[in-house]
Design a protein. Sequence first.
Length: 294
Amino acid sequence: MNATLLILAAGLGSRFGGDKQISNVGPNGEMLMEYSIYDAIKAGFTKVVFILKAEMVETVRNNIGKKIEKLVEVEYAVQDFTKVPEWYAVPSDREKPFGTTHAVLCAKEYLNEPFATINADDYYGSKSYEIMYDCLKKINGAGEGAIVPYILKNTVSENGAVTRGICKTENGLLVKVDETGGIEPKDGKIVCPKGEVDPDAEVSMNFWGFNPETLDMMTDYFEDFLKALTPEQIKAECLLPAMVGDFLLSGKLKVISVPSDDKWFGMTYKADKEDVENKLKALHANGTYPEKLF
């Protein structure tokens, strides 16, 4: 089965203080998303699509794209303010991108087969890609999707608060996603502005699976999001977990949920980088990854 890995890499990285998506963190200068690509190809994925800021394209093409283009099909999409409906006027003082739902739609022309979305700055683990590839075989049409969730306590940062989509599942199906910001460890607990959060809760790390037919639903959802924006909402984003949550409530989408035992890690803050470097070094040392990925 042909399947696409869609890498979300166009965020501002404001909490990190730069373009963390293209930060060199592996022992040989690898970017974190190279490990995702390696694991995805091993699991059976046949295409990689990068969603980038315009200024990142040549860096990613030269440092990753040229190394993998003999193994998989490779495409590049740019997320910017030109990729919005003609009727919408982007506020002149807006800097922040329109979020992950919009990012996916910026790559719509390249998504002709089942696809999985991931964050460029997250490490998901090799087994997770096998799980997702298997899920993509099972979902059909616009109304079915998939998620590989992770355990909340394994996804927080000691260096600051994070946002996670807290998931509720029943009988292997996702029934609710509660997008929650300000999550952080404190005094041996995990808390958010609303109070204590279950450390063993399953959460979205944007590892979603969809069929290309779902893109029309996403387009309508994003346009409704833009129509509802007020002039003051110059930082509002149309996020995949919120979209899926709304689709679940309206009955438009059924989502298979298969959690992974893999250990997630990633970079939200600059101080996270050293931990990521050490963990990747250990994964090379124990034979999980070869000396050079490609």
